[in-house]
Ligand binder design. Structure first.
Ligand code: PHE
Length: 340
């Protein structure tokens, strides 16, 4: 009997050390200590023994059971430790690895230009006005002295929504809207905004772009006031060393009309930017046409004014050396992240 128990113990210890998972240990427990387990069976035979043998054998079996239980517990702990170590290794985290910082937003280059230009005019006493992008034909054309059938409408390649509603082709309709609102007070506004034309997108054209309109209406405003204000603007925005040149032009809503050039950075030596002319066109302007003043009830005999309009993309391209207008709308982070 003692020998048998010793063999069982040896066999059992081998199985315990050989177990490689808690699953195997559970099977072991069943095999030895289950209802029909090897050790259990021995306990069952106790009843058949004599009263002298019974406590002795009982003690042997109990000792065996507790030694095996002990060994089982140790192995279980060992396996649990190993499994935990393996899991830690699998899920290893470098807690000191620096995090990836969230990318910062940047002001859009067009926004920067709009703000900078607006600021120079705020400094001259102008205020910001705005108007709708979906506009009535009346404000976009008629009130600006562009009647139906007028050839200037072709120039504008309008995007119509209905017969008399369109996406504004310029910021000039805000001239009329503001005069209507402020009459009979003097007007001194700057109007940044988005405008629309039926143009195909290429390196220099976009069907959606931005303009900044200016309008000043008061008593005794002259064409030389226009030149003075624009010269201050050019000096502040482009630099004190730049010159302003006015060329005669035509717009239905200004009379006389002019196109305004700024001298090129190449100082007339000729370069790609000015196409070797030494001058860069930056805006259209003129004295407000008497008919436009009258449309908004300002008496042209008493009031006069000037207006100008410039393309924001064009100026931003000059300022930042961007050669393709499409870059403004692609939102490529490599471009945007250069602006602060
Ligand atoms: N609205 C004109 C354009 O889009 C620009 C302009 C504005 C010209 C004001 C003169 C006065 O081309």
């Amino acid at each position: 009997m003692q020998d048998e128990l010793r063999t069982i113990e040896e066999q059992a210890r081998k199985e315990i050390t050989g177990a490689t998972s808690s699953q195997q240990l559970a099977e072991f427990r069943l095999k030895y200590f289950g209802k029909k387990g090897l050790v259990t069976q021995y306990s069952r035979t106790l009843g058949t023994l004599s009263p002298e043998e019974r406590p002795l054998v009982g003690k042997l079996i109990n000792n065996l059971r507790s030694r095996l239980e002990e060994a089982l517990k140790d192995r279980q702990q060992e396996l649990a430790d190993q499994e935990a170590a393996a899991q830690f290794e699998r899920e290893r985290l470098d807690v000191e690895l620096p995090g990836r910082p969230p990318r910062r937003g940047h002001p859009h280059p067009l926004q920067l230009i709009i703000e900078e230009i607006t600021m120079t005019f705020l400094g001259m006493g102008f205020s910001v006005a705005e108007g709708p992008e979906v506009e009535l034909d009346f404000y976009n054309f008629e009130a600006l002295n562009i009647p139906p059938e007028h050839p200037a409408r072709d120039m504008h390649d309008s995007l119509y929504i209905t017969d008399n509603i369109l996406l504004r082709t310029h910021t000039s309709p805000v001239q009329i809207r503001t005069m209507e609102k402020l009459y009979p007070h003097p007007v001194r506004i700057i109007v940044p905004g988005r405008v629309y034309r039926r143009d195909a997108l290429d390196a220099t054209h976009s069907p959606i772009f931005h303009q900044i309109e200016g309008l000043l209406v008061d008593k005794k405003v002259s064409f030389s006031d226009l030149k003075g204000v624009l010269t201050v603007f050019v000096h502040k925005f482009f630099g004190e060393d730049r010159q302003v040149r006015l060329r005669p032009s035509f717009f239905p809503f200004t009379e006389p009309s002019t196109e305004v050039d700024v001298s090129c950075v190449c100082r007339g030596q000729g370069c790609r930017i000015c196409k070797n002319t030494g001058w860069i066109e930056i805006l259209g302007a003129g004295s407000v046409h008497p008919k436009v003043l009258a449309m908004a009830k300002y008496d042209p005999e008493v009031y006069s004014g000037f207006a100008f309009g410039m393309g924001v993309e064009r100026i931003a391209m000059l300022r930042y050396g961007i050669t393709d207008i499409r870059q403004f709308y692609e939102n490529d982070f490599r471009l945007l992240s250069q602006f602060h």
